[in-house]
Design a protein around this ligand. Structure first.
Ligand SMILES: [Zn+2]
Ligand SMILES: [Zn+2]
Length: 163
């Protein structure tokens, strides 16, 4: 999906709206395993006093695997993205701007980049997921397993002495 910016570049006050289903496959990782259904993005590119801004609302549903307990779950991704665009040559290396090459723009690239920047470092089914027992592999969210908690080796030596 590309949008033609000729009606907004150099025309303060003008905007172009877009609404489509973006390709979010670049978001897939070991933890985010599947895009469910059709993601949606709607927004606009607006020229405000000569400055181009892209604003977009994204909604998508993804299938995830919890980093701690390996359980599968689905998560809703919703977000509002705002990005400054510039067709000025100096914007090429400026992290504040997305450089616009020519007069067309693929909003998908910006949306994917912003979503990756926003993504959480870890994928957890719930914030306090207890994960799996390192000894027996039991899912500790379902209750304690029969393994003994790790004992400090110095205390273990003491316990041996007392036996
Ligand atoms: Zn979990
Ligand atoms: Zn265990």
């Amino acid at each position: 999906m590309t949008i033609d910016l000729r009606d907004v570049i150099g025309v303060p006050g003008h905007s172009i709206a877009f609404d489509y289903s973006p390709d979010l496959s670049e978001l897939l990782t070991n933890s985010v395993t599947e895009i469910v259904g059709e993601p949606r993005v709607s927004g606009e590119v607006r020229n405000s006093a000569g400055l181009l801004t892209l604003r977009a609302d994204v909604t998508a549903e993804v299938k995830c695997v919890c980093d701690r307990c390996l359980r599968e779950f689905t998560r809703e991704i919703t977000g509002e993205i705002t990005a400054s665009l510039s067709e000025a040559e100096s914007a090429r290396d400026d992290p504040e701007y997305y450089f616009v090459e020519g007069t067309t723009l693929d909003p998908g690239e910006i949306i994917v980049t912003e979503l990756i920047l926003d993504a959480e470092q870890s994928t957890l089914c719930k914030e306090d997921c207890r994960g799996l027992c390192v000894s027996c592999g039991a899912d500790l969210n379902e209750g304690d397993c029969a393994c003994k908690p790790d004992i400090d080796p110095r205390l273990a030596a003491l316990a041996n002495l007392l036996e």
